[in-house]
Design a protein around this ligand. Sequence first.
Ligand SMILES: *Cc1c(COP(=O)(O)O)cnc(C)c1O
Ligand code: SF4
Length: 339
Amino acid sequence: MNLPVTQLDDWQQLLSHTLDDPAELLRQLALPDSLLAPAIAAAGDFPLRVPLPYLRRIRRGDPDDPLLRQILPLGAERVAVPGYVTDPLAEAAANHRDGLIHKYKGRVLLILTGACAINCRYCFRRHFPYDENRLGPDQWREVLDYLHRHPEVNEVIFSGGDPLATSDRRLARMIGDLAQIPHLARLRVHSRLPVVIPQRITDSLIEALTGSRLQSVMVLHSNHGNEIDAEVAGAVARLRQAGVTLLNQAVLLRGVNDSVAAQKNLSERLFSAGILPYYLFVLDAVAGAAHFDVSDDEARALVLELQSELPGFLVPRLAREIPGRPSKTLLILSGDSTS
Ligand SMILES: *Cc1c(COP(=O)(O)O)cnc(C)c1O
Ligand code: SF4
């Protein structure tokens, strides 16, 4: 983890030099040795992976830090809990094979890469060692063919893994190809990378996102206000000034952001950085993540209270993904909205 100072602005260096050793994590954050054995065991199932800029935002000596809880492997992950499965979204099989998923009207989701900058303990990706590159040149031609044959699609979503783990050159080439398909209007990028390595927002990325006729939307993934530090805010401001619409999706996680205060703070911090809350997802029932679960009733109560605390545009939509549905499923907050 000792990077030469000259490399600290290079996102690719930061991406390849993440902290992966549980003992080193505990040492750097002055955490008790009792956490080590379970961390090593759980990291054997799904490795520890933390980029340096994210590590710096974790409070030293606090085992309950909300950022630490998202990345620290725990013994609880290895306890089997009924109902928690390796593939809650039934995505393993056929429909991901060529890297293109067309489930919702008008938009197509592309899996650009399986790589991520950080390993979030609650992620279903923990059970899928996705190939690095799902979209090789042959598959890319097939994607373009598919899009040409589907004039009803007007939006392409870059997803992953984390699509911004891909080089700017590759992204620029792909966006250039997409911009030539006349019925496409929008490009959307779903990424946690600008939050965990803000150096990822390079000039060439901004150019790729704003240099074509397509309108660009970036949906970031931040779960806690402490993740939005000055570096993140600065990087995101450059995207916004260049005309990229910025939204955020979060996951509701026990011990991380399951309080009105934490959600309020997240919304306020996001908006100060020019980002609007979009979705707040209840946890997918992923094996190893049961200790993060917040019940639907608690989630509804939390968002109802949030509604009474914040302007409507700072309240995220509480939702879950149910396989086979034509959209995300919103959780109904109250039975009757009239008086
Ligand atoms: C979540 C998702 C989308 C995007 O849904 P929005 O409600 O438009 O944000 C699109 N396609 C697939 C397959 C998805 O899972
Ligand atoms: S960045 Fe997103 S896809 Fe990657 S591990 Fe975290 S939640 Fe999963």
